[in-house]
Design a protein around this ligand. Structure first.
Ligand code: ADP
Ligand code: MG
Length: 240
């Protein structure tokens, strides 16, 4: 579904991505781990077109999204994104937050968007919070709204960038369990996270990035239990 070849990105003299190759198949769950500054967020931002790569190609469902001729709005409609900070609109209700993209980008009527918002809020266990404002919710609940908002666009895949890193420890579990449910339902997911337990349980494929390259990749068993590379072992020792 998503195919990345020779992806390179620099900011001035800083080479952040030094040639990334990655394939994500439909229904696959890819977990990306690696130290801070290794280029994980930059890679996700290149995939959903928030950054222009310097070199390389990214194709999604056979369409090269790195081509200037491709309408990135169309691509972004097909890709959900969940950020570390939930970025909910504070002056809009929970339901309105989930409706907005559907109406502006998805061209749904208000009634259609509301019906779908309620359905997605039900999927993340927050239907009863539809008409309150985000400030009244816990961080974990706000992040679940962020996931409902991504789901509402009916994406082909969802990219998660450290979705639980900004949460108090006791709120991490509720967000991970919503993500596990999505995974079981067959959603294609790329998840950047330091939650090794989640990677072990949910990932089909684990990528370890460091210094702008994929140092090691494979099944959770291969990368997390029997890492071949010294850098992977050192990183795992630090996060486990
Ligand atoms: P990670 O998500 O793995 O922590 P990032 O992709 O956020 O890593 O960042 C990789 C490196 O690129 C870091 O050194 C960061 O400071 C730098 N960087 C990221 N975005 C920008 C930007 N817009 N301008 C300049 N430097 C950036
Ligand atoms: Mg990051």
């Amino acid at each position: 579904m998503i195919s990345i070849r020779g992806l390179k990105k620099s900011y001035g003299k800083l080479d952040v991505l030094k040639g990334i190759d990655l394939d994500v198949h439909s229904g696959e769950k890819v977990v990306v781990i690696g130290p801070s500054g290794s280029g994980k967020s930059t890679m996700l931002r290149c995939i959903n077109g928030l950054e222009d790569p310097d070199e390389g190609t990214i194709t999604m469902n056979g369409v090269e999204i790195t081509s200037r001729r491709t309408n990135m709005n169309k691509v972004r409609e097909r890709l959900g994104m969940v950020f570390q900070r939930f970025n909910l609109w504070p002056h809009k209700t929970v339901a309105e937050n989930v409706m907005l993209g559907q109406m502006v980008v998805g061209h749904r009527t208000k009634a259609e968007a509301r019906a779908r918002a309620l359905e997605m809020l039900r999927r993340v266990g927050l239907e009863e919070k539809a008409d309150v404002y985000p400030v009244t919710l816990s961080g974990g609940q706000q992040q679940r709204v962020g996931i409902a908002r991504a789901l509402a666009m009916n994406p082909d895949a969802i990219l998660f960038d450290e979705p639980t890193s900004a949460l108090d420890p006791e709120l991490v579990g509720e967000v991970l369990s919503v993500m596990k449910k999505l995974a079981e339902e067959g959603m294609t997911m790329i998840v950047v996270t330091h939650e090794i337990g989640f990677a072990r349980e949910v990932a089909d494929h684990v990528i370890f990035m460091d210094g702008g390259v994929i140092v090691e990749q494979g099944t959770p068993e291969e990368v997390l239990e029997h890492p071949k590379e010294e850098r992977t072992r050192g990183f795992l020792k630090r996060v486990l």
